[in-house]
Design a protein around this ligand. Structure first.
Ligand SMILES: [Zn+2]
Length: 278
């Protein structure tokens, strides 16, 4: 703990409770989630995600494209996820109750996603097509998990529903937060497009998750370079749902100083604990 942190903690502990500023936290900064997301109940969305995910698994299995549990790449993905997941709750307390799942789909798409409730799918076109290292795979998974933790899908669906309902109903719903309508299913969650701000947030939170799990967040830079060069041919699907800005790599580089100390500490910790380094 450096001197600045100690002073900040001391100052905080003397603040009266009612005015207590949030404890300064290490890592990337995230804003308050949009209040609008409350219009869509988290439970409902997680149920929908579970249904869509099991449909995806069935479809993939029918095409013999669902990697079996003992597939080496499947095991690799699950190992990476298992190291990231314990750090998820700091970004969303609900994550402790999620029934996390990870599948590997054998398909050429350069794609990956994590649905609300922790349902993760990675396509072999991304993992193997781009020959991702463990660090790069951890950054991708961290990014996707961050979308779920920060409830970007919930917020996006709430905004879409509001536009549909019309402004006249707005105050009623915002006031009560009692929206219980049915939002259309049919793979919606898999193809949801996020905003630029959501993407930036997923990038930065994803870097922190990777760092906490002991993966090198600098892999975010090499990952994006691979994505961009893959994009020279046919545009990878991941990029079509993940609008890319020219400054994305720069933005990742700008956030590295927030997460590198976490990574260095995790690494030295695991050395002390005698964990075999990769
Ligand atoms: Zn994204």
């Amino acid at each position: 703990m450096n001197r600045g942190t100690i002073i900040a903690l001391v100052v905080c502990s003397f603040l009266p409770l009612a005015h207590a500023a949030p404890e300064p936290r290490e890592g990337v900064k995230v804003g308050q989630p949009s209040a609008m997301r409350k219009l869509v109940p988290a439970e409902g969305l997680e149920r929908q995600a579970t249904q869509e995910f099991s449909q995806l698994k069935q479809q993939a299995a029918a095409k013999k494209a669902l990697a079996p549990d003992d597939h080496p790449q499947m095991r690799r993905l699950r190992q990476i996820a298992a190291r990231i997941i314990p750090h998820a709750a700091r970004f969303n307390a609900r994550a402790q109750q999620w029934q996390w799942e990870v599948v590997l789909i054998g398909a050429q798409q350069v794609n990956a996603f994590c649905m609300p409730g922790g349902k993760i799918a990675v396509f072999s076109g991304l993992l193997l097509g781009l020959q991702l290292t463990d660090d790069e795979a951890a950054v991708v998974m961290g990014h996707e998990i961050a979308h779920a933790l920060r409830e970007h899908a919930r917020e996006r669906i709430a905004k879409t529903e509001l536009t549909r309902l019309g402004a006249s109903l707005l105050s009623e719903f915002v006031g009560g937060g009692k929206y219980s309508g049915v939002f259309s299913a049919g793979g919606q969650l898999m193809t949801l497009k996020f905003s630029r701000d959501d993407e930036t947030e997923a990038d930065t939170v994803g870097l922190e998750l990777a760092a906490r799990a002991g993966y090198d967040p600098r892999a975010g830079v090499t990952l994006w370079k691979k994505m961009m060069s893959a994009n020279k041919g046919a545009p990878p699907q991941w990029l079509s749902t993940h609008p890319s800005g020219n400054n994305r790599i720069e933005e990742i580089e700008r956030h590295l100083p927030d997460v590198m100390p976490i990574y260095e500490r995790t690494k030295s910790q695991s050395r002390q604990d005698g964990v075999v380094q990769r």
